[in-house]
Design a protein. Structure first.
Lengths: 405, 120
């Protein structure tokens, strides 16, 4: 019974925590630019992240190691420094975008300009990490994120052609604007397959003392939770495809996002988008900050844990304070969160092999996983993700220059 | 024992079960006519940095020396005081009483304890 409740809560929080500024804006750009034709990139990204999350949870439950922990142990510090530096750099941009997303929501709600909200948002993020524990962040904030279900309700009320949506789930070549098509596809994949998510998940499994009895729980949460989360991304794409594309509207400013729901729900739609953006981005802010702090603390063998009071893991606490300060600088300096998101998602896609390749090796290491190593199917999927990530890395940067503007 | 695979970079826990850093280096003792044996493991940013760049390690050690006696050199744990416990290595002393947690202690006193609710 307890496990069933945990599965239910895990699924609900996975759904509530799935969307953030990257997935909302890239799905909206995909729909606005190509109607439903890029639905496949949402589907592929969702399948990829579901597999990675399942693997990271299984790895933690069986080996009692988090991914950064095992990566340093297995490959040594000279190798570990590479994903550490790359992930810190790329995820810091994403953190800046998420903090900017919260500030953008507050700007739309109050009319007070975005940079002014930088410090208040940073204080709320710090205070939540400082005063609460892991369960509060995972469950409380993610449950609030269920407001993003409004996107699915809105898409349903528009009575889209389900046949056309299904056609979009099969990859097709673009007829026009090819560079932009591939750039948006790369951005959607980068927004879906975010390394911080499965790093965060593996550390969360350790924080919550998972063991081998959680393998089935983990599988259910990652498969069902990620599937419905991806469904919400697809709903955003459908909304943009039906509301923005016919009018020739490109998503270039975050102020356009409320237009996804105001034609359906009126003024309530505005508040739904603003609250969805604000809550989703504050949730992602907390997850990224913790994921990066885990990455540093576990790599160096420090005391760490969101369930510990800050004075019990001072270096860990100072790390997350420093990260919030660094991320807030992007907001205070007035960087457009939408532009920052575009850069961050393309770089995330480019940097995926750095995290995924060593993860494949770990997932096949019997010393960590015993009889629970990846099966052939799991290996094939992860190999496919790695190959996809490598291709993304090659194409995303030139695409950003050619088609990203 | 495979030293690189099973000892280097492993997590160390102290006698209270707290994380006490990782094995940043291994010191071998060479013996006449006998195989070398492990004398110490080192837990120190100096050793860690030396695995990337010796000048960086030297620079760090020079600054670390200013913090007082016993600083500026890697902290060494005799191999006899370490035992394996599953995936981790355990030492038989409290890491808080050693330079391993010097930075942790300094941050706790100088930063964390000055902020309200640091104990929750």
């Amino acid at each position: 019974m307890k496990k069933a409740l945990e599965v239910g809560l895990g699924i609900v929080t996975s759904i509530g925590g799935f969307l953030e500024i990257g997935s909302i804006t890239t799905a909206a750009q995909a729909g606005a630019g190509f109607t439903f034709q890029l639905g496949w990139s949402v589907l592929l990204g969702t399948i990829c992240i579901a597999f990675l999350v399942e693997m990271s949870g299984r790895f933690a439950a069986v080996s009692k190691h988090t991914i950064p922990d095992a990566m340093r142990e297995r490959f040594g510090v000279n190798f570990y420094a590479v994903p550490l530096v790359v992930m810190l750099g790329v995820s810091l941009l994403t953190l800046g975008a998420e903090l900017g997303g919260v500030a953008a929501a507050l700007e739309m709600a109050t009319g007070v300009s975005l940079p002014v909200w930088g410090i208040p948002v940073a204080i709320v993020a710090w205070f939540t990490l400082w005063r609460t524990n892991f369960s509060f962040i995972e469950n409380g904030v993610s449950l609030l994120g269920l407001v993003t279900v409004a996107f699915a309700v809105g898409a349903y009320k528009l009575h889209p052609s389900y046949g056309e949506i299904a056609k979009g789930l099969v990859p097709t070549l673009p007829h026009e604007d090819r560079a932009h098509y591939w750039f948006v596809a790369v951005s959607v994949l980068g927004a879906s397959i975010t390394p911080y998510l499965y790093y965060f998940y593996s550390s969360g499994a350790i924080e919550e003392n998972w063991d081998e009895s959680y393998i089935a729980v983990n599988r259910a949460i990652s498969a069902i939770g990620m599937f419905f989360g991806g469904f919400l991304s697809l709903a955003v794409l459908v909304l943009a495809g039906m509301l923005f594309k016919p009018k020739g509207i490109d998503v270039e400013h975050y102020q356009q996002l409320p237009e996804l729901l105001t034609p359906i729900f009126g003024r309530a739609g505005f508040w739904l988008v603003v609250s969805a953006l604000g809550i989703a981005c504050i949730g992602a802010t907390l997850e990224i900050t913790l994921a990066l702090s885990y990455l540093v603390a576990q790599g160096f063998g420090w005391s760490w844990g969101e369930n510990l009071p800050p004075r019990k893991d001072a270096r860990f606490a100072v790390t997350y304070i420093a990260l919030i300060v660094a991320g807030t600088l992007f907001v205070i300096l007035g960087m457009d969160p939408l532009k920052l998101t575009q850069i961050a998602m393309a770089l995330t896609a480019a940097s995926l092999p750095v995290g995924v390749f060593p993860f494949i090796i770990l997932m096949n290491d019997k010393t960590y996983l015993g009889t629970h190593t990846n099966g052939r199917f799991g290996n094939a999927v992860v190999m496919f993700i790695s190959a996809l990530a490598a291709v993304l890395a090659i194409v995303s940067i030139p695409l950003e220059i050619v088609g990203g503007s | 024992m495979r030293l690189i695979a099973e000892v280097l970079d492993e997590q160390i826990k102290d006698n209270k079960g707290s994380n006490a850093g990782r094995v940043d280096g291994i010191v071998l003792e060479l013996r006449e006519g006998k195989p070398p044996r492990v004398a110490y493991v080192e837990v120190s940013p100096i050793t860690l940095f030396s695995r990337f760049n010796r000048r960086l390690a030297w620079w760090y050690a020079r600054h670390d020396r200013k913090w007082g006696e016993g600083r500026g050199v890697p902290f060494r744990i005799p191999w006899s005081r370490i035992r394996r416990d599953g995936p981790t290595l355990r030492v038989d002393f409290d890491a808080d009483a050693t330079p391993i947690n010097a930075l942790e202690d300094w941050l706790r006193i100088a930063v964390i304890d000055r902020i309200p609710w640091s104990r929750r």
